[in-house]
Design a protein around this ligand. Sequence first.
Ligand code: ZN
Ligand code: ZN
Length: 156
Amino acid sequence: MESMNPRDLVVCPYNKAHTMLRNKLQKHVMKCKEIYKDEIELLICPFNNVHRVPAAEFHQHTKSCEDRKIILHYQLSQAAELNEETKHEKIEADENWDDTCVENYNPEIYASQATIVRESKGLFRAQRKQFIKQEHRRILGEEYDDVKPPKARKVK
Ligand SMILES: [Zn+2]
Ligand SMILES: [Zn+2]
């Protein structure tokens, strides 16, 4: 019975004369696959990609593979964890851009801000604030003064 110790000596599936530490097997198998690709055709075990099995033994191997139990167990526990993690995906706002205008909340302003922010994405924060104020003036005209929040600073 093989153990899973990475310090174990294992035999290359392509050439029984190749022995190496288990933790070197994966790299080795990739090399031998290239070297022997015209002579030996081995199928890759679905449970461990360093298991290379002749087609005739493949079905038997998938039933008796030592990694089958480990993988199935792993997949089951992973699936449970993933469900927990993906349940609540956080969506973070990229920037708190409206801190000077938030006091006098007004749905009309809010709607125009939403449009403006999309348009001004890519401007620097200071430029963006100025841009938003200019846009308020442009879109709302005289009404702008009525809804101007007390905290708003003058733009030079
Ligand atoms: Zn080899
Ligand atoms: Zn296997």
